[in-house]
Ligand binder design. Structure first.
Ligand SMILES: [Zn+2]
Length: 130
């Protein structure tokens, strides 16, 4: 689906584009949805949120036990648009994104990405809603 820039009116054919190529306007990111593969339940995130054990217990099943509180941080990216993920300082087990441990800097979170604790625990699939 195409979208029209509210600032300059430029029409973009690519729905996934987050930044207006004509004027640099950054679209507000939509709702981020985390789907727990173990339980098929999901969590919707609309604002910057620290995700930890207590929240994970409400939808992600037994693997929440591997998480710290907080385990990772989800934030909207004001420059690039979309969402980013960063590990929470002090988490015991490392947070992985698509099979690789997160570095200290926030990483872009693309639809279809998979967040895990360690290489395979607590599989959360990332979805975006406009
Ligand atoms: Zn524009």
């Amino acid at each position: 689906m195409a979208w029209k820039c509210p600032q300059c009116g430029f029409v973009h054919e690519n729905e996934a584009a987050r930044v207006c190529e004509a004027c640099g306007y950054v679209r507000a990111p939509g709702t981020l949805v985390l789907v727990a593969e173990q339980t098929r339940r999901s969590l919707q995130v609309g604002v910057d949120t620290a995700i930890g054990k207590e929240l994970l217990e409400t939808f992600a099943g037994a693997d929440h036990a591997y998480a710290a509180d907080p385990q990772f941080l989800l934030a909207r990216d004001p420059v690039r648009g979309g969402w980013s993920i960063a590990p929470a300082p002090g988490a015991v087990n490392p947070t992985f994104l698509n099979g690789a441990a997160l570095g200290a800097a926030p990483a872009p979170l693309e639809p279809g990405a998979v967040i895990t604790i360690g290489p395979e625990r607590l599989r959360l699939r990332v979805e975006n809603e406009p």
